[in-house]
Design a protein around this ligand. Sequence first.
Ligand code: ZN
Length: 93
Amino acid sequence: MSAEPIKIKEKKPGQRACDEKDAKGKLCVGHLKRWYTPSEDVVQQVGKDVEVYRCERCHTLYRPVPEDRSSAGLRYEKRPVNILGDFARRGPH
Ligand SMILES: [Zn+2]
């Protein structure tokens, strides 16, 4: 029986290097590669259509952060105010 859950870390948007630390506390910084052939156990855990990444060095598994709401809230734009609005109305005398 090996029902132990597989360790899958969350990959932050834009993250390309493994941030797993070894026993000495040193960052791995291995390259995260898309893993196109995840094992069945992994698929069961992350879901079918989820992209899985794997560190080249320590083979830690990563999946993208499910929902990135952090940047969505910042998307409000200031509407440009037309300062010339009043002056533009002057007509010919
Ligand atoms: Zn690694």
